[in-house]
Design a protein around this ligand. Structure first.
Ligand SMILES: Cc1cc2nc3c(=O)[nH]c(=O)nc-3n(C[C@H](O)[C@H](O)[C@H](O)COP(=O)(O)OP(=O)(O)OC[C@H]3O[C@@H](n4cnc5c(N)ncnc54)[C@H](O)[C@@H]3O)c2cc1C
Length: 394
């Protein structure tokens, strides 16, 4: 097993670095560095720049418009993006629906939908979770009842990330209530402007707005919008979830955050000394650095093992679990080292009297926002169950 990059991979890394340096808009990079919510326009502008280079649909095969990268190249690309404050592209169309359509979609669905994901014409959101169906997703109740060439959809989805920017939603719906729960689910594509579909915002702990509830009341959806067979939804849902968890370890983000913490600790004086000289913070930072290095090596080992990049269930669970723990602990370190200065008085940082670098001025909201990491993409308790089952399997 070789954990060093090859010469070609190092050359690719240089190419990515130069591209990011030349093309990433300064306002977008600054919003990412400051931990601010990006505007839709900023995300689409960056998507258009990536699209011009052919680097948007990083997980898709070449024939559908992907760059045809290896798993290692994808890893290098996402790490460099994080290190250079490029935004993470919303995964719903690119990393979730795209691979699902490529595997399960009809030729017509592929031809119509995939190009519109790549060029940003359609913004998809994910309608899996419901108020009574999160970890126990199979208990979902949103119903789709066949009526001629349509389904009539009734029910509610929740936690729909960035749904406010979306024009389409892919949903899991119940099409048979008589069989065991997993066997009666279908995967349906819905236009958000369909009469009877309503989106309502949910405000989060950090004051931001990135999730929603979606209500369906007698919404008519053409049967042609079904992906795969009726009642095949659970198989499709599980396939999508392995893609959802890939790359969720966020090693690049943690590396960048640690780098920022070290810069901050060497600059800011608290309680009469540099943060870096406080043994409690220095010890926590060192511990996190060691954990992150171990995670980086684990990730590279898994990449070397899988080659095609398809992270197996237990591997993606391990990466998600440890990666999100490290990201949360780093934000906790950051926030506690800054004390009251971690929370800005106003959203516009220029209105704050900053005695710390502006990149650190939103440390508290970012900390609160990062609570979500151990919940979404499958709660960490569930990942622990998956890992434990694998370990103790006779
Ligand atoms: C910010 C954010 C964005 C999200 N975005 C989306 C989205 O875009 N689309 C979408 O469909 N969903 C989205 N989700 C939903 C997410 O997938 C669910 O929140 C997650 O699956 C957990 O479900 P739940 O919130 O219903 O919690 P529950 O399943 O009710 O769990 C509550 C607690 O009990 C624990 N628990 C539950 N069952 C077990 C068990 N068997 N063993 C041990 N512990 C258990 C959980 O781990 C958790 O700690 C998002 C969630 C968040 C927080």
């Amino acid at each position: 097993m070789d954990l060093e990059f090859t010469e070609e991979e190092l050359a690719f890394r240089d190419e990515v670095r130069s591209f990011l340096k030349a093309k990433l808009p300064a306002d977008v990079a600054q919003a990412v560095a400051y931990g601010k919510e990006l505007e839709k326009e900023q995300i689409l502008r960056w998507q258009a720049i990536l699209n011009e280079k052919g680097w948007v649909a990083t997980t898709w095969p070449k024939e559908y418009g992907g760059p045809g990268w290896t798993a290692v190249e994808r890893h290098i690309f996402s790490e460099e993006c994080a290190l250079n404050n490029a935004p993470r592209m919303p995964p719903f169309g690119l990393n979730m629906l795209g691979p699902v359509l490529i595997k399960f979609g009809s030729e017509q669905q592929k031809a119509e939908i995939l190009p519109r994901i790549i060029d940003g014409t359609d913004w998809w959101c994910q309608g899996y979770s419901e108020p009574g169906a999160g970890s126990d997703l199979a208990s979902l109740k949103t119903k789709a009842v066949r009526d001629g060439d349509d389904y009539i959809v009734n029910g509610q989805k929740t936690w729909t990330t960035l749904g406010q920017h979306a024009n389409k939603i892919f949903c899991l719906v119940r099409t048979d209530s008589e069989v065991k729960p997993q066997a009666g689910i279908s995967f349906l594509l819905v236009d958000l402007d369909t009469p009877g579909v309503e989106m309502r915002p949910i405000r989060l702990l950090d004051g931001g707005y990135e999730v929603n509830e979606v209500f369906f009341t007698d919404a008519r959806v053409p049967v042609a919008n079904l992906v795969g067979e009726e009642n095949q939804g659970w198989t499709i849902a599980k396939y999508l979830l392995t893609h959802e968890r890939t790359n969720i370890a966020g090693i690049g983000f943690s590396t960048k955050d640690l780098e920022r913490f070290h810069e901050l600790a060497g600059e800011v004086i608290r309680d009469g000394r540099l943060i870096a000289d406080n043994p409690a913070y220095a010890a926590r930072a060192a511990e996190l650095e060691a954990d992150l290095e171990a995670l980086r090596i684990t990730n590279l080992r898994m990449l070397a093992k899988t080659k095609d990049g398809a992270a197996g269930g237990v591997e993606s669970s391990l990466l998600k679990l440890k990666g999100t723990q490290i990201r949360q602990e780093l934000q906790d370190l950051y926030r506690s080292a800054l004390g009251p200065e971690a929370a800005p008085v106003a959203d516009d940082l220029s209105e704050n009297e900053l005695t710390i670098p502006p990149e650190s001025a939103r440390a508290a909201p970012v900390y609160f926002n990062h609570r979500k990491l151990s919940i979404f993409g499958g709660a960490n308790e569930i990942q622990r169950n998956i890992v434990a089952k694998e370990l103790f399997r006779g």
